[in-house]
Design a protein around this ligand. Structure first.
Ligand SMILES: Cc1cc2nc3c(=O)[nH]c(=O)nc-3n(C[C@H](O)[C@H](O)[C@H](O)COP(=O)(O)O)c2cc1C
Length: 178
């Protein structure tokens, strides 16, 4: 295979995470890279091992709650063989409505996958967002562990954020592969 295989896998309740996923895939296509897209509820968790790179999307619901199709997988995520794989996360949330729990589920997904020893890329600055607390700020409050998207309050920034993030992933992935 000429290109490493990349999949974007998302969970969603009201389709925002799917729509943002479509934008991410389209941005990769503009860079000449095909990315497969799947709803997590339609595949087996073991299929996550089939790709060299995973872009995983998750929204937060009900005060820090985890989107249910991802939550069901729970500890099975930690047991995946992903040590030689690269993972980038994106999370959907509402910073003004749920500022104490902003994109918390993305932090949960990171915590579940960290034991696999996968390499995470795509950290994103918290500058430009207003929130009190987020489980997705793993290292410090200056960075989310992946891209945070707010379709409720800052939908006008989504296209620009996606474009910038995919270019960042493209560059970080090249460094990882070198
Ligand atoms: C009842 C309800 C609870 C929510 N809880 C949170 C939350 O705790 N944290 C957060 O960042 N966003 C929260 N949100 C915002 C959703 O994450 C946001 O609307 C997201 O785009 C939904 O994605 P989906 O359409 O892919 O399910 C909540 C929204 C609703 C309506």
């Amino acid at each position: 295979m000429d290109q490493p295989s990349i999949a974007l896998i998302y969970g969603t309740d009201t389709n925002n995470t799917e729509e943002v996923g479509t934008k991410i895939v389209s941005q990769w296509k503009d860079l000449g890279v095909e990315v497969e897209m799947h709803n997590i509820k339609d595949i087996e968790v073991s299929q996550l091992e089939d790709y060299e790179m995973l872009i995983l999307g998750i929204p937060t619901w009900d005060f820090g709650g985890i989107q249910e199709d991802w939550e069901e997988l729970g500890d099975a995520l930690s047991e995946l063989s992903l040590a030689d794989k690269t993972i980038a996360l994106y999370g959907l949330g509402d910073q003004f409505g749920y500022g104490d729990y902003f994109v918390d589920a993305m932090g949960w997904l990171y915590e579940k996958l960290a034991p696999t020893q996968a390499t995470f890329i795509g950290e994103w600055p918290t500058e430009g967002y207003e929130f009190e607390a987020s489980r997705a700020c793993i290292k410090d409050k200056e960075h989310f562990v992946g891209l945070a998207i707010d379709e409720d309050q800052q939908f006008e920034l989504t296209d620009q954020r996606v474009e910038q993030w995919v270019i960042q992933l493209y560059a970080e992935r090249a460094v990882e592969a070198a």
